[in-house]
Design a protein around this ligand. Structure first.
Ligand SMILES: [Zn+2]
Length: 54
């Protein structure tokens, strides 16, 4: 199970921030569905993961 590494910091603009490295980007909403983001929007561009490294 994959946790979402990105957290919404500004719901109005869709701005998200990575909980690991702090990188920010704007998530792109799916057209026609309120409040739904594309799955890739929930991944950090740097490939961060909330799963603990072993
Ligand atoms: Zn990150």
């Amino acid at each position: 199970m994959t946790k979402k590494v990105m957290k919404i910091t500004d719901p109005w603009t869709g701005l998200m921030q990575c909980a690991v490295c702090g990188a920010e980007h704007h998530g792109h909403m799916k057209p026609g569905s309120d409040g739904k983001y594309y799955p890739q929007a929930w991944r950090c561009h740097n490939g961060c993961s909330l799963d603990p490294a072993e």
